[in-house]
Design a protein around this ligand. Structure first.
Ligand code: ADP
Ligand code: MG
Length: 390
């Protein structure tokens, strides 16, 4: 049971090209039993942060505490954390059973060898690898090896689990099933966890809380739904969600009850109550999630809301079963939409997209900070709901 806190932590490396600030003044907390995901593009400082939590790297500044006790000077092997990496090295000459028990045997604990055997067998059962215990690593598949690596972390019942892109080497299908298993195991065991990935979909599906990093700096810390609906800035908005958010430069003017938003070729209004009271900027960037766009013709429910109408021409339809990703060209720019009524349209056709004003994102152009986010669910003026699940 451990609450992890990182306070004002900075990590600098000396490198031939000069000093690198890998992590810059990072502060965050992970509550007892919580699953934190560190998310961001390659080189943003995720691994360095994880290594500092694990004691493999020392912060240049700041403090790391486990349950309010400073661990900066505690050696990695005394922190009682278990790490699972992308490149999991199993001992090739040992059986799976020996690989699983090795950490326990070496550790300073009071376990008898019978108890170690029992723990190893319990964990193997939990992971569905009981039938592999007598085998050597070389005869295992990638997924089986990763399960063993996971098992090695679990048998120790550590204070913290630290995962660094543990599924990156697995194929897509296995990655999905393994990530569900990791979440289930973690919540069953209730062990506080930090998990590094650059894959936003993985982060959105497994995290209790996501920390988004960019160039070593924390952009936002929040639940997946908060990050999706209320991204602090354009970077976060574009990093999460798939397909990418559609963004357009626009001008916004105060018309009293409403704000008018002018794109290059069209304009629409947003009720003033959807915006903060102190908006004083006119140069903005607007964002539309592909999932929030509707075909105008078949969506009487959002017509008459004053939302944008984007005239466009269908370029490509990518069917995905019950929905399709539609790529279209509009005078304002290219549009990507996820549409369920895709059977009604053909490539080359002229169509109109629209979106409820509640779902439009608005950012200040210069600072890229969020002015207006997306309401997750709401009742529209006509009394019908226009809810789109994340
Ligand atoms: P991520 O895991 O998000 O891809 P890292 O934490 O590995 O990012 O790296 C963050 C930055 O710190 C990168 O610019 C990387 O080159 C640099 N860095 C990481 N480790 C070292 C090191 N040991 N020496 C010098 N620079 C490093
Ligand atoms: Mg990394």
């Amino acid at each position: 049971m451990t609450r992890l806190e990182i306070s004002d932590v900075t990590k600098r490396f000396d490198s031939p090209g000069g000093e690198v600030v890998a992590v810059n003044d990072l502060s965050l907390t992970v509550d007892d039993g919580e699953f934190l995901v560190l998310l961001g593009p390659s080189g943003c400082g995720k691994t360095t942060t994880l290594r500092m939590i694990g004691g493999l790297e020392e912060p240049s500044e700041g403090e790391i505490t486990f349950d309010d006790i400073r661990v900066n000077d505690v050696k990695a092997r005394n922190r009682d954390v278990a790490m699972v990496f992308q490149d999991f090295a199993l001992y090739p000459h040992m059986t799976i059973e020996q690989n699983l028990g090795f950490g326990l045997e070496r550790e300073d604990n009071d376990l008898s060898s019978a108890e170690i055997t029992e723990t190893v067998h319990d964990v193997a059962e939990m992971l569905g690898i009981s039938d592999l215990l007598d085998k050597k690593p070389a005869s295992l598949s990638g997924g089986q090896k990763q399960r063993v690596a996971l098992g090695r972390a679990i048998v120790r019942e550590p204070r913290l689990f630290l995962f660094d892109e543990p599924l990156a080497n697995l194929d897509a299908q296995l990655r999905k099933s393994m990530r569900t298993e990791i979440v289930e195991l973690q919540s069953e065991m209730g062990i506080t966890s930090a998990y590094v990935t650059h894959n936003q979909e993985e982060a959105m599906t497994i995290a209790d809380k996501i920390a988004i990093l960019r160039d070593g700096e924390l952009q936002q810390l929040g639940m997946p739904s908060e990050i999706f609906n209320e991204p602090t800035n354009l970077f976060v908005a574009q990093f999460v969600g798939s397909p990418d958010m559609n963004i357009f430069d626009a001008k916004m003017t105060d018309e009293g009850e409403t704000y008018r938003v002018e794109l290059a070729d069209s304009s629409f209004t947003i009720p003033a109550e959807l915006l903060p009271a102190d908006v004083d900027t006119s140069e903005v960037t607007v964002g539309f999630r592909p999932q929030d766009l509707f075909l105008n013709a078949s969506s009487a429910r959002v017509q008459g809301h004053g939302g944008p109408v984007l005239e466009s021409s269908v370029r490509v339809i990518e069917p995905l079963g019950t929905e399709a990703i539609v790529h279209a060209e509009a005078a304002d720019g290219d549009i990507t939409a996820t549409i369920t009524q895709f059977h009604e349209i053909v490539e080359g056709e002229a169509i109109e997209f629209t979106i409820a004003p509640e779902h439009v994102y608005i950012f200040e152009r210069e600072t890229e900070r969020l002015i207006k986010g997306r309401l997750g669910s709401e009742t529209s003026e006509t009394g019908t709901t226009s809810e789109v699940e994340v």
